[in-house]
Design a protein around this ligand. Sequence first.
Ligand code: SAH
Length: 400
Amino acid sequence: MKIIRLRVGKERSLQRRHPWVFDSAIAKGSADAGETVRIESSEGQFLAWAAFSPNSKIRARVWSFDESQRIDAAFFQARLSEAVAARHWFHIDSDACRLVHAESDGLPGLVVDRYGDTLVAQFGSAGVERWKPVLIDALLAATGLTKLYERSDTSSRKLEGLSPSTGWLKGQASGPTQRVLREHQWRLALDVATGHKTGFYLDQRDSRQRFAEWAAQRQFARVLNCYSYTGGFTVAALVGGAQHVTSIDSSALALELAKANVALNDLAFDAQGQSRADFLDADVNATLRRFLAEGRQFDAIVLDPPKLAPSAAHAERAARAYKDINRLALQLLPPGGVLFTFSCSGGISADLFHKIVASAGIDAGVDGFIAERLGGAPDHPMTINFPEGEYLKGLVVVRR
Ligand code: SAH
């Protein structure tokens, strides 16, 4: 068993049960990619069992803080069963769900989503890559499912020195990758091979539901869904009773699916045969500026941009981009208008995001009530010891 010895004073974060060891904390020791190592303090005291990652700044990720724990197939079977069982503790109103959320489920680097009878997995660290065959068998055993598709094409893999890997791992050698999920009172089509993440943004499930509830309560006439992707918030608003939704995205493929999803839920036309949805293949920032110049207004706006700050290092430039779109959106609302605004950047804390929206309001000359704070759905849990787990945050702002 290889030993990784830390520098003096570098044991503190592990003692607080934080699961990462950075390269700068290591005094000596090395191992192969994904190999299990024993992490010790500068004085030789046991701290954790971890997976070594020779190419990453996060040089080791902890499997266990228990010295008597063996890291073997039985360990992974137990962790996966626990993760799957924990989903019964949360209210998840969908047949699609995140079953394994990496560090939060004690499996650093592993993400597994379920879409009906199909599992989609992302192996994002050297540790889970090394244990892949064991994890595959354990996943099928823990869920009783037979179809497993791999989407190991995340950028984090590159940082771990791993190349992309995608395709069917189990259940079928080829075959359709399209699925239709049900969440709350609607259905949404997706493609596990070509969709973002593992196919869809499951983490926004409950915020979509809140948006449907706001739409039902306020009966919005005009809604604008920015960064709509495949139309999750669009469908939610229309189900809620919004009269008309404009969806903007820069991906033509995503918009095609958004249009199909509106039709799938029978929401494309009202009783008079008027269209309830239109779709703009365009840049959000430029379109918001154009709408402002044209004097248009919307009763509700969703801003759910992609990750503008992947890490804290990008925070400053990203903060300007967030501020810009939030300022424009606030200006497009009449008094009483509602903004659902999000950031999924790990590098932007909830506190900083609030400040960004506040300064957007000042620049817009607009004040607002913060009616709600939103976060990721509960199957994307954060744990007490891993604050990095909080990446998605949202505010519901009502213009005064
Ligand atoms: N709200 C969605 C997820 C949004 S993901 C849901 O609930 O499912 C972010 C989306 O922003 C992606 O679909 C991407 O194509 C789009 N996008 C990225 N940059 C953009 C830009 N500058 N203008 C418009 N859309 C953009």
